[in-house]
Design a protein around this ligand. Sequence first.
Ligand code: SF4
Length: 470
Amino acid sequence: MFEKREECGVFGIFDDPEAVQKTYFGLHSLQHRGQESAGIASSNGEYISCYAGMGQVGRVFRAGRGILERLDNPIAIGHVRYSTAGSSNVCNAQPIMGEYSRGQVAVAHNGNIINASMLRDEYEAYGSIFSATSDTEVIIHLVALSHENSTLDRLISALRRVEGSYSLLVLTDRELIAMRDPYGFRPLVLGRLKDSYVVSSETCAFDLIEAEYLREVEPGEIIHITQDGIKSYAPFKKVNRKHCIFEYIYFARPDSFMFGETVYTVRKALGRQLAQDTYVEADMVIPIPDSGISAAIGYSQEANIPFELGLIRNHYVGRTFIEPKESIRHFGVKLKLNAVHDVVKGKRIVVIDDSIVRATTGKKIIKMLRQYGAKEVHFRVSSPPTQYPCFYGIDTPSRGELIASSHTAEEINQYMGSDTLQYLSVESMKKAVMNGSGDYTYCDACFTGSYPSKFPWNMQLEQMELFVKR
Ligand code: SF4
């Protein structure tokens, strides 16, 4: 999918002489999860220092400014962000720091607290002053105003009031606390590096720093890491786990091991299933890079049609390139993607993408392929039609902007100008993801509208869409 939908990534390490350097590297591995801001908070056992700024990790911590050196402490957490809640502003960059009667606290959050604005209104009425607009700051206020003694107990009481999704790292002067919401929407994994514990959104960060993967932080689990070792708590009511299936389809890095499977393997299985369901005679299968690559390999192998890189992505165009004026706006997609003339000319092509949001980019790509001489273009999507918004930490548009919420596949085919367009069905997606295990533990609400948790005040979907825009 080329129409970006990103979220956040978190990384933490306890008691390592190079904790900050390793957090910096870990954040580089998680950069795909958010490119808007990055930050690191670290503790020397007495005092927390924090630095966060706008832009990618390399830019925020660029060499020569001495930032990493100033943060150099043995306990650290880090965050990369894309704004799913709260505006794109440096005051919302994480980790977010707070200071209350029991000392300092820094928080790095991946997810979305869906009742954050209700809680915010309530606490502002009591006199709390919020410095940012992100949902994460609410957690700090809940912790500060809790009547419990320890930070751990305060966190537990705070999280009992919170609805939505969170994979959360909390740093105090001497503790690192990692926790995941009871549904386990967002990933969070625990690892070990010699005598240190590490936590990360994805295992690809462990590979980079050569940490050993131990296990997932379980849904609803709180892991408390101190000099005395590691303790695990499960204070919340158990519910059926609902891992975000979109992590498999699009968000996570293919080399990460997540929810019990390697992401690449799952994406290939989705592509294989897509080929079984939607086979078409063609000369080649080409992915929309990068996220369509794994599914296209699966499709190509299953359909026995050669895989080609017919589209090449320019990796050096950031999110913020200046929008060209109207007369040359059609150049836009070519800034990011170009087709290889000789590869596509005169060919019958199956184009694989992982999902369709508004279909505007797909339309431009198909037009470009035809301009370059493609004979037939068959568009195949390795997930079902995206019809519903996400309230659990993925930045999807509202239903009004999701083309599949108001148009059939054939109408979208006509709009995009492809010869044929087919999606994976919900049943086939489930089959591919379960891989014969019989165990389906995923949220798929953006395809089915079946949201795992109730909305605040029992709101209906329409009200909820307005509510989250507040
Ligand atoms: Fe993931 Fe979609 Fe569920 Fe959001 S609604 S958590 S994107 S599956």
